[in-house]
Design a protein around this ligand. Sequence first.
Ligand code: FMN
Length: 324
Amino acid sequence: MITDREPLLTADEVGILVNAAATAPSMHNTQPWRFEVCGRVVDVILDEERSLPAEDRAGRMILIGLGAATFNLRVAAAMLGYETTFATNPDPDRPEIVTRVFLGGRQSPMPPLGSLYGELRRRHTYRGPLLAIDIPQQVLSLISTAARTEGSDLFWLEPSSTRELIHILREADELDLHDEDRLTERGRWIGGDRSEDGVPERALGPLPARPAAFRNLSAGFDDQSRSTGVFEIEPRIAVLSTATDRPSEWIRAGMALQHALLTATSYDLAASFLNQALEYVDLRSRVQDLVGQTARPQMVIRIGYPAMAGSATPRRPWQQTLAE
Ligand SMILES: Cc1cc2nc3c(=O)[nH]c(=O)nc-3n(C[C@H](O)[C@H](O)[C@H](O)COP(=O)(O)O)c2cc1C
């Protein structure tokens, strides 16, 4: 209930919230979202036209991106001093509304999530080599706790499981190369010089000079003229998992992903994703075997200290994503 003592959001506040939400990661940077602001309620809406039917048939990845955008909204609202609550799939008559964020009263000092606001624009998917520096155990625990706070688990793979995962990733890469529908879809979003969405070539990172745990998003349709780099032999890999595999869990996984990534960014860590195996049912179940029979893998995250500067991906002007 909005009272006279709780004024509506100002235009500046709406801009801050929507801009922050749009810095979220999304598969191929499709930015599959729109936002509707009514009073002190912000709805996050799925934009079907930005779906990826060949690579994300179940719509799992798109919901992870929308969950991440929702988490960013909560962070920005906290920075502005607002407590938030949220609901997933709040309106049965409008299934396209994925989450609804309610802004409550203003708090001073700001709610704790607000401290992550400064990380929103520092976080980028980093696809270059990582330094051979161990991540302190305490930092790994903080990243895991961030994911747990949002209801997901992070499994840090042991070296033997990492080696097994790398085999599985190579099988996925091979399948990808022979799937025309996937290659065509990727060609629409990946490579070249992009100003509003998609992944420009400059953000793809160098190609590995020797075999590495890597995902070359432009494999199979690009001319591979990129420079090469020497990648770490055994990266630190975490698998983000949920207890069940329902769409509402995918949204929560997106929130957990973003909470974990922003926490990692605050310790100068960078991450990229090795999700190719999760896009094939049988390979996904082999990744599941690595983390335990009851865990449903949602994201494979490669994480460490970056050895070179990364490159940001573009975003659409935020006004374009705001419903009238
Ligand atoms: C659900 C999901 C799946 C993704 N899968 C991959 C992937 O397999 N490989 C990859 O290089 N990046 C992947 N990404 C990263 C996106 O390409 C990236 O978030 C997007 O280009 C925006 O760039 P930014 O993260 O630097 O803001 C994924 C992101 C999300 C949210």
